[in-house]
Design a protein around this ligand. Structure first.
Ligand SMILES: Cc1cc2nc3c(=O)[nH]c(=O)nc-3n(C[C@H](O)[C@H](O)[C@H](O)COP(=O)(O)OP(=O)(O)OC[C@H]3O[C@@H](n4cnc5c(N)ncnc54)[C@H](O)[C@@H]3O)c2cc1C
Length: 252
């Protein structure tokens, strides 16, 4: 339950407020506003101007409070990333949910976080000082790692080719297994898997796509829950990884 509300106008003020105990950043509020037995103060980020999205050379710089819909509407993002944002949540929620809030509140079924992990997104994390940390080193984010800290922006490289494949009960459902493959002009290839657990998993980060199926199979070897057995997920992860590689080759 929210017991105190602050709306700072500067980043300094926001970080000072966040250094107090039991105080959390408020993005779109779609997760924080849910009923909860915990009592906490919130620092609303909406007056900080952190919602801009701009291209800088090869990079897309995404302000932490940009909404998922704003990112989806951006002219710069690859179609596979658009697909993962569509699957993440509904149109109404996409207009409220922020990019940083979604990464922080994600679980393993987040298609958007899976794609951002494959893209090796870099998060700028601010408390008294700022540091740039790979999303993969932060996940799962809803832990102690971000206590008193704020994500101010997220960067991805736009020169990667990106492919996405998934299986779900229905086309609009969150996937039971999904795979996102990113490949850069250098040959560097990253495979991230979603659909299970506390956060998406990085299955492979190599110099070429060789071995991607085996990496996918191994990464989900114990991925069992009420939705699917580990045997099923492991096998599907390998199939989806193979399809992602096939799509990359078609795209040339
Ligand atoms: C009806 C409904 C259905 C939903 N279904 C799902 C679902 O199926 N799966 C799912 O994963 N989620 C679901 N959600 C949760 C929610 O929609 C998403 O997780 C959402 O994307 C959170 O984004 P937000 O900006 O609203 O975050 P907020 O609610 O504002 O914050 C979420 C968390 O992120 C932290 N945070 C926010 N911004 C920052 C920042 N800049 N730096 C550091 N920490 C930050 C907050 O302190 C909080 O811990 C649902 C919500 C609703 C209302």
């Amino acid at each position: 339950m929210i017991i105190e509300y602050h709306r700072p106008k500067t980043l300094d003020e926001a970080t000072r407020l966040l250094s107090k105990p039991d105080t959390r950043p408020l993005g779109g509020g779609t997760s924080l506003n849910r009923p909860s037995p915990e009592r906490f103060a919130v620092v609303d980020l909406q007056a900080l101007g952190l919602n801009k999205i701009h291209k800088s050379g090869n990079k897309l710089v995404i302000g932490a409070t940009a909404t998922l819909q704003a990112l989806l509407d951006s002219a710069h993002i690859p179609p596979a990333l658009q697909e993962t944002i569509h699957l993440e949540t509904t149109y109404n929620l996409r207009q409220m949910a922020t990019v940083a809030g979604t990464l922080v509140a994600c679980d393993g079924r987040s298609t958007f976080t899976t794609a951002m992990l494959a893209l090796d997104a870099k998060c700028t994390v601010t408390s008294e000082q700022s540091s740039v940390i790979s999303l993969g080193d932060l996940l799962p984010l809803h832990t102690e790692i971000l206590r008193s800290k704020l994500i101010t922006r997220i960067e991805i490289l736009l020169n990667a080719k990106l492919t996405f494949e998934s299986v779900a009960r229905t086309p609009a459902d969150k996937p039971i297994v999904c795979a996102v493959l990113a490949q850069w002009p250098s040959g560097r290839t990253r495979l991230a898997l979603g659909g299970w657990g506390k956060s998406p998993l990085l299955a492979m980060d190599g110099n070429e796509p060789g071995g991607v199926e085996e990496a996918a199979r191994n990464a989900f070897a114990e991925a069992a829950d009420e939705w699917a057995s580990a045997e099923y997920r492991s096998e599907m992860a390998a199939v989806l990884a193979r399809r992602c590689v096939g799509k990359l080759q078609v795209e040339g």
